[in-house]
Design a protein around this ligand. Structure first.
Ligand SMILES: [Zn+2]
Length: 246
């Protein structure tokens, strides 16, 4: 499948939704905290696995250690700026080829690249709320606080507005994401296999005509896609953006 043909599909599409997966993050230089080598280092350093420590139970019971881990690992990782893939995605959106972007990643790379109509299904680290008064705080406030970040007014521990392990995705967000996918003629999946939670959740709402998948590795579930492009998402998006300008 030549990029030129894919570009034509995008141009003919009435509504195109993009799903961005962890492959896009890895291309930006973002560490894979849960599955990569990092997970071993995390367990060694904190005495708990990523799954244990980044959970709502741990947040409730062990706030000191939760926030040490959160600042040193989660916020640190989120300092990685959006790479070429995300910037090219924004470019395609500027060309009117992308209507909505949906992700389960919490580093807000799509927003920071300037993409519009982004649905962060699990929230982002950039929003933190006082559970008592509802005041919002930026990530910097959490990062710079000593120990557990507290609300200035209530002195209550803040809650990062992200979905921790074991928590359900917010109903309102889920409905919004499902609504976008239902509207889509074209669904463009970037850097995720179709069996990942993001795709399997969203595909049940999809009844469009062209499911396009860009992925670095083969997986048998991917055969459901109408078009598969093997390789890097950022290079693919860059070729599309260049093609747009011709
Ligand atoms: Zn408060």
């Amino acid at each position: 499948m030549r990029e030129k043909n894919i570009l034509q599909i995008l141009r003919d599409s009435r509504y195109t939704v993009v799903l961005t997966g962890s492959g896009m993050m890895v291309e930006s230089g973002y560490p894979l905290l849960r599955d990569g080598d990092e997970s071993y280092e995390i367990e060694k350093k904190y005495g708990y696995s990523f799954e244990e420590i980044f959970s709502s139970g741990f947040y409730s019971a062990r706030k000191e250690l939760f926030f040490r881990f959160y600042k040193e690992v989660i916020l640190k990782a989120a300092e990685v700026p959006p790479g070429k893939g995300f910037l090219m995605l924004k470019k395609l959106q500027d060309h009117g080829l992308v209507d909505a972007v949906i992700t389960r990643r919490i580093a807000g790379l799509e927003d920071r690249a300037g993409c519009r109509n982004v649905i962060n299904m699990k929230g982002t680290v950039f929003d933190n709320v006082c559970p008592s008064c509802g005041r919002h705080y930026p990530a910097e406030y959490v990062r710079d606080s000593k120990g557990v970040p507290l609300c200035e007014q209530c002195l209550v521990a803040l809650r990062p507005q992200v979905c921790l392990i074991g928590e359900m995705i917010d109903n309102g967000i889920m409905t919004r994401a499902a609504g976008e996918v239902e509207k889509a003629d074209v669904l463009l999946v970037l850097g995720a296999s179709l069996n990942t939670p993001l795709c399997s959740q969203m595909l049940q709402y999809y009844s469009g005509t062209n499911l396009i998948l860009v992925t670095g590795s083969e997986h048998y579930t991917d055969q459901r896609a109408d078009f598969i492009v093997y390789g890097r998402c950022d290079d693919f998006l860059e070729r599309l953006a260049e093609e747009c300008e011709n």
